[in-house]
Design a binder for this molecule. Structure first.
Ligand code: ADP
Ligand code: ZN
Ligand code: ZN
Length: 827
C-alpha cells in the first residue's frame, strides 16, 4: 500500500470533538487506518464525499501546532508523504488501549443479596488490599476445593461490589477458578473499555533504611517483595519487582505506609539509576576557562533574548563543549523554558548521560533507539506531560513534545548519523534549526570538525560563529605523525597492516602500561574473498558489492543488506582452490594484535560487537577503567569519547574512504582523522597519533595531521566551488529502481522526461544522469541515478515535489523512486 502524499477529509460525527494534532481512526478503502487531525473546519469543501471518523485515539493532541507545522515542513522539503513523517515523529502506540473490565451483573448482585438499585459505579473508593473481600479470601485457603471455590466466588463478588469494576487479567489471576465459575454463571459482566495509557506511573522502590530489630509479620506477598528487593538498597522498577514477587501495587503502598520501603515516582529507561532529585543539580565545580566563559555568555545572551538564532560552536576536541551545553541548559530551565540535546549515538556518550542525570535528575528524559517500546512510550509521555523538561536523545528526539522550547543543541553536528536513510529522509540537524525557528529558540550546533555546510553558513552570516580554540587546562593537542605506507611496503615487502614504527610505539605503550586505540575503517575479518585463478571476488546476490569475511560466524556477509553465505571451499566461478582473503578488518587486526603483543589485553569495538547485548558498554567500561591496553575499532571509537588514559592513537587504514566516488570523501577523512586524533591526550599526559596512509600528500590527511580546520575548509571549498557541489549548490539524489534492470530503466525514462526539459528553462539547474548508481544494485534492486544540482535549495525542493507528483500521475509506485534531498550518501 502506497503512502498517501496528500491529506484526506473526514466527517466528524456529532458525538466527537477533534482538535488538530489528535490521532483518529478512519476508514480508508476497505480497512481502518490511523490519521492525524491537521485542521478541523465547520463546512465541507464542495464536491467532497467524506466518510465519518471511527474513533478518536487520544484524549489530547499528541502533536502541538509547532510540531504539526514542523511535520508539514519536512513533508514538503524532503518530499515525503505526510503520513510517514508523522509516523516517524510519533514513536507511539495508541494512547488508549482496549482493555476488558469486569463488573457485577444483575445476577451477581442478586447472589450477593444487594439491592439492584445500588449503582455499581459509585462504590466507595477502597484500596483493594484493604477490602473485606481480601480478608475473606485468606480464610479460604484451607477449605475443601468446591467450598473454597464457592467462598472465592463470594469474595470476588464482594470485591467487585466494593470496587465497582476491575480488570479481567487481574481477577483471573487473583480469583482463578472462582472467577471462571462466576463468568460461567454470568454473575459478572465483561465490558470492552478504553484505558488511557498515558498516565501510568512507574515507581522506584527501595528498602527504607535499616529494617526494624523485631521484624513485623508480613504477608507472603510482602515477604517476597522484601526478599526480591534485597538488602543493598538499590532502587528497583516497581513493575519488575511486582513481576518477580507476584504482587500488586497495593502491597507496595502498604509496605510504604508501614515505613518498610520507599516508593517514589520514577523515570523510565535509565536502568538502575536512582530516581528523584535528591542528587540533582549538583553544580559543577569546574572553573570555566576564559574561552568557555566568553562563549557561554554569548549563548546565554542569545537564549535570553527569546529570539530564534543559530550558533555554530566550533570547539576543538577536548575544549570542553559539554560543560557549556550543561550550563546553557541549566540557564534555560531557570528562565522557565525547556531544552533538547541531540547526540549521534547514545551508547557512545555514557559520560554525557551521567552528567545530565547528575545535574538535572528526573527532569531528564532519554529518547533513543535502544529503549524498549514501553520505555520510549513512557519517556515520551513524561515529556508530553511536562514532567521532563530536558531531553537527551538521538536523531528522532528532535520531535520530542517539549513545550516552550528554549534551546536545541546538536552535538557533533557534522555526524552523518543525523541523516535518516529511509523515508522521511530528513537531516536531524537541519530539522533542529527549523524547529528552533518555529519555537523562537536558540539552536547550537557544536563540533570540532563542522560540516562544510554549517561552517559555510557561519561564514555567510546565516549562523553566528563561536569558537573554543584551546583545550581545557592548557592541554596540548596530540602530535600527529604520518607514516607513508608506500615506502613501508617498498622497504619490507610484507603486507602486515602494522608498520614497524607503529609496532614499536605500541610496544613502548604496553611496557609503560599506557592505553592505545587503533582505528581502522572496516569491520569483519577480511574485506573480501578473491580467487587468484580467475580474479573474481565473492559478491552479494542482492547488491553490487563484495562480501566481507567474518571469522566468528565463518561466513561471507554483505554490509549493505545483511545477506550471508558460507565460505565456499572452491571458487564458484572456476572451481579453483586458490581463494585468498584480502584486506584487514577489525576482527583480523584484533586477532593479529593479540598474537603480536602477547602480554597485552586486546579488545575490539565495532557494530558487530555493538549488536551483542551489553557487550558494547562492557568494553567501553573496561577500557575506561584501564582494564584494556589496546582497543581496536572502527570509527565508532573515534566519536566523542573522553578516555583520559589514552596516549596513543594508531590509524591503520583511515584513507580507504579517499578512493570512494563521493564528493564528501575528503571531508569525511579529515573529520575522522581529526576526531581520532582528538581522542589522544585528553588526560594529564600528552597524546600522540600515528597515521598510516598510502596518500601521505593528500590535503585531507596533511591538514588533519596539522589539525588545521580553517585551511582544510578553504582548500575543500575551492574544490566544491569548482565542481559545483554543496554547500555552494543544492544537491538531490534521485534513484529509479526496480527488481529488473528494464523496470528501473522504464522509471528512469519517466524521470528523465520530466527533468531534462526543465534543465533548459530553469536557471542554475543541472542534471547529471541517468547513469547506473555507484551501487548499481542494492538489496536486490537495480538502480539508475540522477544527481540534480540547483543554485537554490528551495527551488530544488519544489522541483522534486513536482517530480513526485508527475511520477504519481504516471502510475509509478513510490518504492520505484527514491528521492533524497540534501543527500549525505550518493552511492
Ligand atoms: P569536547 O566535547 O569539547 O571534546 P569535553 O566536553 O568532552 O570536550 O571536555 C573534555 C574534558 O574536559 C572533560 O573531561 C571535561 O570534564 C573537562 N573540562 C571541561 N571544562 C573544563 C574546565 N573548565 N576545567 C577543567 N576541565 C574541564
Ligand atoms: Zn575463480
Ligand atoms: Zn547485499
Amino acid at each position: 500500500m502506497a503512502a498517501i502524499r496528500n491529506t484526506l477529509t473526514y466527517l466528524v460525527p456529532d458525538s466527537f470533538t477533534v482538535q488538530p494534532g489528535q490521532r483518529v481512526q478512519v476508514p480508508l478503502a476497505t480497512r481502518k487506518a490511523t490519521g492525524i487531525v491537521l485542521r478541523a473546519g465547520s463546512t465541507l469543501p464542495p464536491g467532497i464525499q467524506a466518510r465519518p471518523i471511527l474513533r478518536v485515539l487520544d484524549t489530547e493532541p499528541v502533536l502541538s501546532p509547532e510540531l504539526l507545522e514542523l511535520g508539514l515542513w519536512i513533508s514538503d522539503y524532503y518530499v515525503a508523504p505526510i503520513g510517514e513523517v508523522f509516523r516517524a515523529m510519533l514513536p507511539l502506540r495508541s494512547a488508549t488501549r482496549r482493555a476488558r473490565s469486569v463488573r457485577l451483573s444483575e445476577l451477581g448482585r442478586r447472589r450477593l443479596g444487594i439491592q439492584s438499585d445500588a449503582p455499581p459505579d459509585v462504590a466507595p473508593d477502597v484500596a483493594p488490599g484493604f477490602s473485606p473481600a481480601h480478608a475473606a479470601l485468606k480464610g479460604g485457603a484451607t477449605m475443601p476445593e468446591s467450598a473454597a471455590v464457592q467462598d472465592g466466588v463470594t469474595a470476588l463478588l464482594a470485591y467487585l461490589a466494593t470496587r465497582g469494576s476491575a480488570s479481567l487479567p487481574l481477577l483471573r489471576q487473583r480469583f482463578s477458578e472462582a472467577f471462571t465459575e462466576a463468568l460461567k454463571e454470568k454473575w459478572v459482566a465483561v465490558d470492552e473499555v478504553e484505558r488511557d495509557r498515558t498516565q501510568r506511573q512507574i515507581y522506584a522502590v527501595r528498602v527504607a533504611g535499616p529494617l526494624p530489630e523485631k521484624p513485623r509479620r508480613l504477608s507472603p506477598v510482602a515477604k517476597r517483595i522484601m526478599e526480591a528487593l534485597g538488602a543493598e538498597g538499590a532502587a528497583a522498577d516497581h513493575r519488575e519487582l511486582l513481576q518477580t514477587a507476584r504482587g500488586d501495587l497495593s502491597t507496595l503502598r502498604k509496605l510504604s505506609a508501614a515505613g518498610l520501603i520507599e516508593l517514589a515516582p520514577s523515570t523510565a529507561g535509565r536502568g538502575s539509576a536512582l530516581p528523584g532529585d535528591s542528587w540533582a543539580e549538583a553544580d559543577s565545580s569546574l572553573v570555566l576557562t576564559s574561552a568557555q566563559n566568553t562563549v557561554l555568555q554569548d549563548l546565554t545572551k542569545q537564549l535570553e533574548s527569546g529570539q530564534f538564532q543559530t550558533v555554530l560552536l566550533h570547539g576543538i576536541t577536548g575544549s570542553g563543549k559539554t560543560e557549556i551545553y550543561l550550563r546553557l541548559i541549566a540557564r534555560c530551565l531557570e528562565i522557565g523554558r525547556t531544552a533538547l540535546l541531540l547526540v549521534p549515538e547514545i551508547a557512545l556518550t555514557p559520560s554525557v548521560q551521567a552528567q545530565f542525570l547528575a545535574r538535572f535528575g528526573s527532569k531528564v528524559a532519554l529518547l533513543h533507539s535502544a529503549l524498549s517500546e514501553n520505555e520510549r512510550h513512557e519517556e515520551w509521555w513524561r515529556v508530553r506531560r511536562g514532567e521532563a523538561t530536558v531531553v537527551l536523545g538521538t536523531r528522532s528526539a528532535i520531535f520530542a513534545p517539549l513545550a516552550n522550547l528554549g534551546a536545541v543543541i546538536i552535538d557533533e553536528e557534522h555526524d552523518t548519523s543525523y541523516k535518516q536513510e529511509e523515508t522521511p529522509r530528513y537531516h536531524g540537524r537541519d530539522v533542529a534549526v527549523v524547529r528552533a525557528r518555529l519555537a523562537g529558540a536558540l539552536a547550537v550546533l557544536g563540533s570540532a570538525t563542522p560540516s562544510l555546510e554549517s561552517y559555510w553558513n557561519a561564514r555567510e552570516g546565516k549562523y553566528r560563529l563561536a569558537t573554543l580554540p584551546e583545550r581545557v587546562e592548557g592541554r596540548k593537542l596530540a602530535d600527529v605523525e604520518i607514516i607513508d605506507m608506500r615506502q613501508e611496503f617498498r622497504e619490507t615487502h610484507t603486507s602486515v597492516p602494522v608498520s614497524r614504527r607503529l609496532h614499536q610505539e605500541i610496544e613502548t605503550q604496553i611496557a609503560n602500561r599506557k592505553q592505545t586505540m587503533i582505528l581502522l575503517n572496516r569491520r569483519g575479518y577480511s574485506w573480501f574473498l578473491l580467487c587468484r585463478s580467475c580474479g573474481q571476488t565473492q559478491r552479494c546476490v542482492n547488491c553490487s558489492i563484495s562480501l566481507t569475511y567474518h571469522r566468528r560466524e565463518h561466513r561471507l556477509i554483505c554490509h549493505y543488506c545483511g545477506y550471508s553465505t558460507p565460505v565456499p571451499p572452491r571458487c564458484p566461478n572456476c572451481d579453483s582452490e586458490h581463494l585468498h582473503y584480502v584486506g584487514e578488518g577489525t576482527e583480523k587486526v584484533e586477532k593479529k594484535f593479540a598474537e603480536l603483543f602477547p602480554g597485552a589485553r586486546v579488545a575490539r569495538l565495532d557494530r558487530d560487537v555493538a549488536r551483542r547485548q551489553g557487550q558494547f558498554q562492557r568494553v567501553l567500561d573496561e577500557f575506561r577503567r584501564g582494564k584494556i591496553d589496546l582497543l581496536v575499532g572502527t570509527q565508532l571509537i573515534a566519536k566523542g569519547h573522553d578516555f583520559p588514559g589514552v596516549t596513543l592513537v594508531g590509524v591503520v587504514s583511515a584513507d580507504i574512504g579517499l578512493g570512494l566516488p563521493d564528493f564528501r570523501s575528503a571531508e569525511r577523512t579529515f573529520q575522522l582523522l581529526t576526531q581520532a586524533a582528538g581522542r589522544a591526550g585528553r588526560g594529564e599526559s600528552p597524546g600522540r597519533v600515528l597515521v598510516q596512509t598510502f596518500y601521505p600528500d593528500h590535503y585531507a590527511i596533511r591538514l588533519a595531521a596539522e589539525q588545521d580546520y580553517e585551511a582544510f575548509f578553504q582548500k575543500e571549498m575551492r574544490f566544491r566551488r569548482m565542481m559545483h557541489y554543496p554547500p555552494v549548490t543544492a544537491l538531490a539524489n534521485v534513484i529509479a529502481q526496480g527488481a529488473k534492470l528494464e523496470q528501473a530503466a522504464q522509471v528512469a525514462k519517466h524521470v528523465g522526461n520530466f527533468l531534462i526539459p526543465l534543465e533548459q528553462n530553469t536557471e542554475g539547474l543541472k542534471i547529471l544522469g541517468p547513469t547506473p548508481a555507484p551501487l548499481a544494485k542494492l538489496e536486490g534492486r537495480f538502480r539508475i541515478q540522477f544527481l540534480i544540482k540547483c543554485a537554490s535549495r528551495a527551488r530544488l525542493s519544489t522541483i522534486l515535489r513536482r517530480l513526485a507528483d508527475y511520477t504519481d500521475q504516471q502510475g509509478i509506485p513510490q518504492r520505484s523512486l527514491m528521492i533524497d534531498m540534501d543527500p549525505m550518501n550518493i552511492m
